[in-house]
Design a protein around this ligand. Sequence first.
Ligand code: ZN
Length: 234
Amino acid sequence: MHLRDRPSPNHDARPGAVDMLILHYTGMESAAAALDRLCSSEAKVSAHYLIDEDGTVWRLVAEVRRAWHAGVSLWRGRRDINGASIGIELVNPGHGPNYHAFPEPQMAALERLARDIIARHPIPPRHVLAHSDVAPMRKIDPGELFDWHRLARAGIGLWPDFTALPPPAADLAELQRQLAEIGYDIPQSGAADAQTAAVITAFQRHFRPSLCDGKADNETQQRIAALAAIVRTS
Ligand SMILES: [Zn+2]
């Protein structure tokens, strides 16, 4: 794979091994602007890789180092997501008038890069995640126009067979339990609070992209149950 190097100063030592892959969008109008920001020592943000819309892959931080892309996050009870993950930024203007699907050359380059990363690190499918999955109250990237289904067909990440769905949760408390089993940071309150709505929306952006309203309709509930059943046995 052809990589172009654009070293960022924003990284530090990893506390342990890599076992997660986190995908982002840049939320900026151009790759050049995003690269400038990810390499600015004042901004204190970075990622390991950035993929432009034409498929160009930029390497900013060595995989052995801890890049600064996830911020305050949580997955399966773990908080140092940067310490355990590889972060990939996808050039896209982000939610707003110009948000658009991720083009073919960019997706093809991502598939190649992600396959290569997964071959070198023990990253289970359930640890291939959106920034919004690990920070649902703060982040919405890469968003519902990112094609997770395609990525899973390429062997990267999880996409259950949604044609044979289990029954929905009996009540909100069970739904919250299932979302926590998947890995989300969600209160076990049985109450429809703001964090529960944010986590349901994050789930929908990833696994039910045609409806991202934070309300768990029957299909959303069934998809949550399906995913929980898979991670329970994986
Ligand atoms: Zn992000």
